[in-house]
Design a protein around this ligand. Structure first.
Ligand SMILES: Cc1cc2nc3c(=O)[nH]c(=O)nc-3n(C[C@H](O)[C@H](O)[C@H](O)COP(=O)(O)OP(=O)(O)OC[C@H]3O[C@@H](n4cnc5c(N)ncnc54)[C@H](O)[C@@H]3O)c2cc1C
Length: 474
């Protein structure tokens, strides 16, 4: 049975990706989003193409993140910042860089096999260059080289870091890996433009779903806001992000899950020269030495994470659903931030702590200043394992799909599973994997229009417009 009338609750990356695929296949899709713009939920900046930021996850999750990230980069090439990530293990850390090598080799082999099967998957550069090690002597030599405006190889990418790194604070080798960046503003702009070009997709912005009921074999979705009224559909996709439990509760579906509030900070380093790689300083999550993440944007802006309770995490930031409920309840001060923004003092204090956290390794970075509002939000984690990084979709009722992605790269697997459920495995569209994700409306988006909209979206959310610009393209 084809179920053609589809409602998607939530226009985050999960909802828009499902809408793009189903819209391309000619289904009648209504995408409902309570915010004025799409992809306005928690932020994302890193394409986890191998999961190397996480020492605690198993090989299977890493391999899946690699494969999914490649699919994601092929779907949204305009949102990918093609710059590598450098991973450093601090001297103060109990881990050793060598402990990361076995997995990197496993990932490099897997990437080579994927590319051999389908050369279109070569989106992370040559497989043999998936990672590259740098001993201290080489870093010392690079520190004497001049930075280049457009780095062409791993050595050139390393120069700015070599100029500023406190060489005594990290263990060797340093690892450069082809995990790229994602610009969420560009993704919001490009996906929005493509969806608007689909006559069979209706986008209801500034519209909140307040109730959902089963009606016959379908659903009745009650909305309030810019669109006031009910929409009937044959198939319902719950992509409401950390509020997926609210829709479950409307339908009487019980499910255990967690919700976590986290924040990254916007800093500005006026003297930052040229392009930087992203830089990760490993550390034990939740301790004062938690991982530090330095994510460069154009114009000297740098997004910062520090996996400590005083920076990115909060002591009361991870909550689970109580028995007999589906929606974990975040303390009010988090909802206040999500709905109304941050108190300036807290924003500035946490941003300064984030700068100090990174300046332990990059002493000159202590000059950086607060560059804008934090990038923050709450995200869903299905089940009871807070270290889960790969999760996609479940089908708790006939005609009802619930998306719960933890990393954005899961969206292609998620949408494919939804299509399979929609068509009960009968769809020839699914069998043709090669063309499934060719979405002409995404290919037709004009760069000029996209970058103009990305800047506008960044500015409308209070960020410097330049954060909507790409760091490095293809
Ligand atoms: C600080 C931080 C950093 C992160 N960094 C990364 C990263 O680098 N890489 C990565 O892969 N992932 C990262 N993540 C995770 C990533 O942000 C999430 O996985 C992703 O955004 C989830 O997308 P989603 O579409 O499922 O949910 P959301 O983006 O939350 O979208 C859900 C949408 O549903 C809407 N909605 C909810 N209820 C209703 C309703 N009743 N009616 C109408 N609309 C509704 C919301 O307004 C929202 O826009 C990070 C998360 C955080 C918090």
């Amino acid at each position: 049975m084809r179920r053609d009338r589809i409602v998607i609750v939530g226009g985050g990356v999960a909802g828009v990706s499902a809408a793009l695929l189903l819209g391309k296949l000619g289904r009648e899709v209504t995408l409902i989003e309570r915010q004025p713009t799409l992809v306005a939920g928690p932020p994302f900046c890193h394409l986890h193409a191998g999961g190397n930021l996480y020492r605690e996850i198993d090989d299977d999750q890493c391999l899946k993140l690699l494969r999914q990230s490649i699919d994601f980069a092929r779907l949204y090439p305009f949102a990918i910042d093609r710059r590598p990530t450098v991973i450093a293990v601090p001297t103060e850390d109990s881990g050793k860089p060598e402990q990361l090598l076995r997995r990197l080799e496993l990932l490099r082999g897997a990437y080579a096999r994927m590319v051999a099967e389908d050369p279109g998957r070569k989106v992370l550069g040559e497989p043999e260059g998936y990672f590259r090690l740098f001993e201290r002597e080489e870093i010392e030599n690079l520190a004497r080289c001049e930075a280049v405006e457009r780095p062409r190889n791993a050595r050139e990418w390393m120069i700015p870091l070599a100029h500023h790194l406190d060489l005594e604070r990290v263990q060797y080798p340093l690892i450069l890996v082809q995990e790229y960046g994602i610009n969420l503003f560009r993704l919001a702009a490009g996906a929005g433009l493509a969806l608007e070009a689909m006559p069979n997709v209706k986008i209801r912005r500034e519209t909140k779903v307040v109730d959902v009921r089963r009606e016959g074999t379908g659903f009745r979705v009650e909305c309030e806001g810019a669109f006031d009224g009910a929409i009937e559909c044959d198939y319902l996709i719950n992509a409401a992000g950390f509020r997926t439990g609210e829709i479950d509760e409307m339908l009487g579906v019980k499910e255990r899950r967690m919700v976590e509030f986290k924040a990254a900070y916007t800093s500005h380093w006026a003297k930052r020269e040229t392009l930087w790689p992203e830089v990760i300083f490993h550390g034990e999550r939740g301790t004062p030495r938690g991982m530090g993440q330095f994510t460069p944007y154009p114009g000297g802006y740098v997004q910062l994470h520090g996996m400590t309770q005083e920076i990115t995490l909060y002591p009361d930031g991870l909550v689970e659903s109580a028995p007999q409920t589906s929606q974990p309840r975040l303390p009010d001060h988090f909802l206040e931030k999500i709905e109304r923004g941050w108190p300036k003092e807290e924003r500035d204090a946490r941003t300064r702590r984030a700068i100090a956290h990174l300046a332990r390794f990059l002493p000159d970075f202590s000059e950086a200043t607060v560059g804008g509002p934090p990038l923050f939000g709450a995200q869903q984690i299905p089940g009871e394992d807070p270290t889960l990084r790969v999760a996609e979709v479940a089908f708790p009722l006939p005609g009802y799909a619930r998306c719960e992605i933890v990393k954005v790269s899961s969206v292609t697997d998620m949408a494919r599973e939804i299509l399979r459920d929609l068509d009960q495995g009968e769809s020839s569209e699914i069998r043709d994997e090669a063309t499934l994700w060719q979405i002409p409306q995404l290919g037709d988006v004009k760069e000029e229009e996209l970058s103009e909209r990305a800047r506008r979206i960044a500015a409308s959310r209070g960020y410097p417009a330049m954060m909507g610009d790409r760091c490095v393209g293809t």
